[in-house]
Design a protein around this ligand. Structure first.
Ligand SMILES: [Zn+2]
Length: 269
């Protein structure tokens, strides 16, 4: 993703009650439930596109009420901690996704069996703004469903699952039928895209979380290191396909930084 999210300095974010399950994944066992208040993470500011969901939980269930047990399907013995904060992805969005898949890939399905992982950065400064954009389901390149990504990793290393990795989500032209999308919260702030990714790579907690998440997904879906790519590499990726001739024009995560990221992966199948 590479949306426009101007940095609105100085505006302290309003508290947003976000009910979210914090689980240590797998086996249907929710080990910890937490109310994650967006404001707790403090002095970050809200980009202009953020729509505070005051009073409206974004996690699917009313704040304070127990949600159904949610798991990510990852091995609980080795999976990183993931905050499940799913987008509203009901029948309408699934139908939009299946229609998109039919037009672009020739298969009318919203289901995903991932064979690739594509790395992105949000081009926004907060998790909340990225989530808000993905939740909005507004046309992208004139088509629905709106853009989204399966995971968003905050600067402090918190991993959020917005869409299960078995559901197709629009993050990379030509590869959505194959790929899980992972976003790192980072704005380029007027610098070039490589600079932005280098900021992520220097942020120890965030990159460690990314490595742990990617390794867990590699184990679950038998995805090789070479199949962990950057958005900027997508047009040349194995399996790239778009029946309407679309190509990516995004430059997030170019090869040198992806090679650096891959070098940290140790659990590849
Ligand atoms: Zn991207």
């Amino acid at each position: 993703m590479k949306g426009s999210a101007p940095y609105a300095g100085g505006v302290r974010r309003l508290a947003m009650a976000t009910a979210a399950m914090v689980v240590l994944l797998g086996a249907g066992v929710a080990l910890e439930t937490a109310l994650v208040g967006q404001a707790e993470r403090g002095a970050e500011t809200a980009p202009a596109l953020t729509t505070p969901t005051s009073g409206t939980p974004t996690g699917g269930a009313p704040a304070g009420e127990p949600t159904a047990t949610v798991t990510t399907g990852l091995d609980p013995a080795v999976a990183p901690r993931i905050v499940v904060d799913h987008l509203e992805f009901g029948a309408a969005r699934k139908a939009e996704t299946a229609a998109y898949a039919k037009r672009h890939y020739g298969t009318a399905t919203w289901r995903l069996t991932p064979t690739l992982i594509v790395l992105h950065y949000t081009e926004s400064d907060t998790y909340a703004s990225a989530r808000s954009l993905f939740e909005s389901d507004v046309p992208n390149r004139g088509e629905l469903p709106g853009a989204c990504s399966h995971y968003v990793i905050d600067k402090d290393g918190t991993i959020h699952e917005l869409v299960p990795p078995t559901v197709m989500c629009r993050h990379t032209v030509g590869l959505n039928h194959l790929a899980i999308g992972i976003e790192f919260v980072q704005s380029s702030s007027g610098h070039d895209p490589r600079w932005a990714v280098q900021q992520v790579l220097r942020r120890r907690a965030q990159v460690a979380a990314g490595v742990a998440l990617v390794e867990a997904l590699q184990r679950r879906f038998s995805i090789s290191d070479e199949s962990v790519i950057g958005h900027a590499m997508a047009n040349d990726a194995k399996g790239f396909r778009d029946l309407e001739g679309w190509r990516n024009d995004h430059l997030d995560w170019q090869r040198p930084e992806v090679v650096q990221f891959r070098s940290m992966l140790t659990m590849s199948p």
